[in-house]
Design a protein around this ligand. Sequence first.
Ligand code: ATP
Length: 230
Amino acid sequence: MFELRNITAGYDTGTVLRDVSLTVPDNATVALLGPNGAGKTTLLRVASGLLKPYSGQILVDGVDVTGAAPHQLARKGVIHVPEGRGIFPSLTVADNVLLQSPPGRYRQGLAIATSTFPRLGERARQIAGTMSGGEQQMLALSHAYVGNPHVVLLDEVSMGLAPKIVEEIFEYLTDLGRRGVAQLLVEQYVGQALRMADFVYILDRGRISFAGEPGEISEETIMNSYLGSL
Ligand code: ATP
């Protein structure tokens, strides 16, 4: 279980998150939705140790890890997939996996990457930068699942991709969720996120304005809330 408790955080320019609490149970996919500028990316940065909160706690399986550096949190299985694609475009798919796999675990890394996203197996020898945007996103995502993560923090993985490929990527992520990977998903595609999530939080101007199951709120209500507040 991954938990944020009463997090208040921000930048020199001002406070962004105010008393935010959120739980990602084991084996659950949790969607974090909200209008532009609400603080979703900031919350993921706090969750992965990139930004120290002013107050509040981060807990992994009940252990307080507040203040831990990103690499320490990564070692505890808190894996952040930031916006944009962190791949080496001039290297092959296989070499990208090699560089991202834990030392001595390349074969295992490749096996996990290609079983997670079978298309990568077909393209192992292709130069990563020549793949489609969707395939590059799959390669970037595959790194997150190689080290047997505790929770994967996904920031707008659909960004800049065609709806059809987004659907495909979401099917993979849903499948990973069912196989027991806890996921915290920040997403603009509200409908898709509601379909795959077990639990939904809406962040509005730095505060949680809704927490519940997807069946308790409609896409329309959420979209309307983006224009005003809930
Ligand atoms: P979007 O959906 O547009 O990506 P978001 O919900 O992810 O938005 P954040 O990116 O967390 O929102 O931004 C929340 C607020 O914090 C915004 O007002 C933004 O301008 C501000 N902010 C983000 N990063 C920084 C930074 N490095 N320094 C100062 N202010 C920042």
